[in-house]
Design a protein around this ligand. Structure first.
Ligand SMILES: Nc1nc2c(c(=O)[nH]1)N[C@H]1C(S)=C(S)[C@@H](COP(=O)(O)O)O[C@H]1N2
Ligand SMILES: [Mo]
Length: 313
C-alpha cells in the first residue's frame, strides 16, 4: 500500500465514509441548492434542514488531519447540563427541544434583535469547516462543522464602538437538563470572547457537523466554535449573545479562576495546575501527539501581540 505523509493528502481523500455519503446526498440535492435560501425562510428549521444543508459551500479551510469518526464525536461529549460523564449527553440530550429556537442579540449595538434560527441563514452562506478541537482535559478531535462566521451575525446588529467583548449564554432549562440540578457551574453556562476574537474569520457559529444538523449532545441547534481555544469556549445551544464593554465572567472561570482563564488559548507552555498541556490524545489514535500553540492556528497570533500569554491564560 502506498503510504504518504499526511501533508500530501488533500481533504477530499481523507473524507470519512459518513461525510462522503453526506456529500453525495448534497450533490444529488444539488439542483435544489439554489433554492436553499428561499426554502429555509418559508419552513421551520426542522423541515428546511435538508434544503439548507444542500446549499453548503465546499470546505475552504486547509486541513491535513483525518476527521474523527462521527460515532466518537457524537458519543464522547462534554455537555454538563446533561450529565458529567462523556456518554451521558448522547442519551440525556434527547430531551432538548430545538425547534422553535431564537437567539437574542442585545447590548451595545445599534440594531439589537432576536433571530429565529431560520433568519440566521439569510446572513451568510453555510460553509463546511474541518477544525481541530482540543479539550482542556487533554484529548482532541477533528470535526467537520457546518456553519457561518460569527462576524456576519455581529455585523448585522451593528456593534457600537464601546462594545469590547461578546458574551454567549447557553440554554438553561431545569426541566430537561438534570445536570443543572447540581451546582457544578453557575448556570446558565456562559462564555465570552474579546470583540476582535469574535470577529476573526475562523470563529464559527456551527449548526451542523458531518453533513447533518447538530445532534443535541453536540449543542443543537447552534453553538460556538473557536478552534484555537480550548473546547469549553465553544458554548452549546446558544440562546443569547450580549455585546458588552467589560470582560464578562465565564462559567468555568467563575468555577475555578486559577484553572480556567478568560482567554483559554490552546498553549502547550501553560500547564493546567493539575496536568500538563504539551501533549494530547487524539480520539481514535493510540499514541499521544504534541499540542501546538493556538492549536496550530498560528494566524491568530497577531491578536495577542504584546500580551503575556502566561498571565493572560
Ligand atoms: N453549554 C455547554 N457548552 C459546552 C460544554 C458544556 O458543558 N455546556 N462543554 C464544553 C467543553 S468542555 C467541550 S470540550 C466542548 C465539547 O464539544 P463536543 O461535545 O461537541 O465535542 O463543548 C463545550 N461547550
Ligand atoms: Mo473541554
Amino acid at each position: 500500500m502506498l503510504i504518504r505523509r499526511s501533508s500530501d493528502i488533500i481533504p477530499s481523500e481523507i473524507t470519512t465514509p459518513e461525510l462522503y455519503k453526506a456529500r453525495r446526498e448534497f450533490m444529488q440535492l444539488g439542483s435544489r441548492a439554489a433554492l436553499a435560501g428561499a426554502v429555509s425562510l418559508a419552513l421551520p428549521w426542522s423541515e428546511a434542514k435538508a434544503a439548507v444543508l444542500a446549499g453548503v459551500q465546499p470546505n475552504r479551510m486547509k486541513i491535513t488531519d483525518k476527521p474523527t469518526r462521527q460515532k466518537d464525536a457524537t458519543s464522547y461529549n462534554n455537555y454538563y447540563e446533561f450529565g458529567v460523564n462523556k456518554d451521558e449527553p448522547a442519551e440525556n440530550a434527547r430531551a432538548l427541544k430545538t425547534s422553535p429556537w431564537t437567539i437574542v442579540v442585545e447590548g451595545l449595538c445599534n440594531k439589537p434583535r432576536s433571530f429565529a434560527i431560520e433568519d440566521l441563514f439569510k446572513l451568510a452562506p453555510l460553509e463546511e469547516r474541518i477544525y481541530r478541537m482540543r479539550c482542556v482535559e487533554g484529548w482532541s478531535m477533528v470535526i467537520p462543522w457546518i456553519g457561518f462566521p460569527l462576524a456576519s451575525l455581529l455585523k448585522a446588529v451593528e456593534p457600537q464602538g464601546s462594545a469590547k467583548f461578546v458574551e454567549f449564554v447557553s440554554l438553561y432549562d431545569r426541566k430537561t437538563m438534570m445536570g443543572t440540578w447540581q451546582p457544578i457551574l453557575d448556570w446558565p453556562y456562559t462564555e465570552g470572547l474579546r470583540m476582535d476574537e469574535a470577529l476573526h474569520p475562523l470563529t464559527l457559529m456551527a449548526v451542523g457537523m458531518y453533513g447533518e444538523t447538530l445532534p443535541p449532545q453536540n449543542g443543537a441547534p447552534i453553538r460556538l466554535v473557536v478552534p484555537w481555544k480550548y473546547g469549553f469556549k465553544g458554548a452549546k445551544s446558544i440562546v443569547r449573545i450580549r455585546l458588552v464593554e467589560k470582560m464578562p465572567g465565564t462559567a468555568w472561570n467563575k468555577a475555578a479562576a486559577n484553572e480556567y482563564g478568560f482567554y483559554s488559548n490552546v498553549n502547550p507552555d501553560v500547564p493546567h495546575p493539575r496536568w500538563d498541556q504539551d501533549t494530547e490524545r487524539r480520539i481514535g489514535e493510540l499514541t499521544k501527539r504534541k499540542t501546538l500553540m493556538f492549536n496550530g492556528y498560528s494566524e491568530v497570533a497577531s491578536l495577542y501581540a504584546g500580551m503575556d500569554l502566561k498571565k493572560n491564560f
